[in-house]
Design a protein around this ligand. Structure first.
Ligand code: SAH
Length: 220
């Protein structure tokens, strides 16, 4: 693992400064993004200042694209997260977002449908001593291994065709889901589950978003 030398620390300070200027003001989030070396989550051949460019998404294995830092910050801020909350993340990808949630004190459950990414990122997160629980699956209905469990927050990091009913079922009453919804391009939605009945679900639109699609099934 590439050490966190002063060059990276300086890039990270600049990244946090830019996020602040762009309206990110969740202090716990800014602290986590300022602390966590983002370059640990990408292959050594990618080590460059663009890893800390707030508007640069990065290609990784399995033809997946990892959210740019601004998007990670934007989605996380919309979650209104507090320590000890349980969070289901859909789309583990590089594990960067997972680690940010852990740094903020959340108890994180994360699901990835690409087997190679699941395996690699699970190992990486364990080697960094994060206690996030990683699962392989498509998560349209939550996580089968966690049947009966409900989450305070759900964060979807791929574009869903619609708000998956199965995910709403595993969101606690009083909980919040942040999810990009749409085919091709999406709208970033924040959904409040004020009660079990769908008439008690409130949807807030937070504007344009562009994510890789949320797909059915596992991919070996
Ligand atoms: N949170 C990630 C972003 C990953 S990009 C990070 O910080 O790196 C989105 C990821 O969602 C991809 O890895 C893709 O394989 C995964 N994905 C797509 N559909 C999915 C589904 N139905 N269930 C779980 N993961 C899914």
């Amino acid at each position: 693992m590439t050490p966190d030398i002063p060059k990276y620390q300086a890039w990270r300070r600049r990244m946090v400064e830019q996020l602040r200027e762009r309206g990110i003001n969740d202090m716990a989030l800014l602290k986590a993004m300022g602390k966590l070396p983002r370059h640990w989550f990408f292959s050594d051949t990618l080590l460059d200042n663009f890893l800390y460019d707030i508007d640069r998404a990065i290609e990784i294995d399995c033809e997946q694209t990892i959210s740019k830092p601004y998007t990670v910050a934007w989605q996380t801020q919309l979650l209104s997260l507090r320590p000890m909350m349980t969070v289901l993340e859909v789309g583990t990808g590089s594990g960067y977002q997972t680690a940010i949630l852990c740094e903020m004190g959340a108890r994180v459950y994360t699901v990835e449908r690409q087997h190679a990414l699941y395996r690699k990122t699970k190992e990486l997160l364990a080697s960094l001593k994060y206690s996030a629980k990683c699962f392989l699956g498509d998560s349209f209905n939550g996580v089968p291994e966690m049947a009966g469990f409900t989450y305070d927050r759900i964060l979807v990091t791929c574009g869903a065709p619609e708000i998956p009913n199965g995910l709403m079922q595993v969101l606690k009453v009083g909980g919040i889901m942040v999810i990009p919804v749409g085919v091709g391009e999406q709208r970033m939605l924040r959904v409040y589950k004020d009660g079990d009945d769908p008439s008690q679900w409130r949807v807030e639109d937070h504007g344009d978003a562009k994510f890789v699609p949320m797909l059915q099934g596992k991919n070996f």
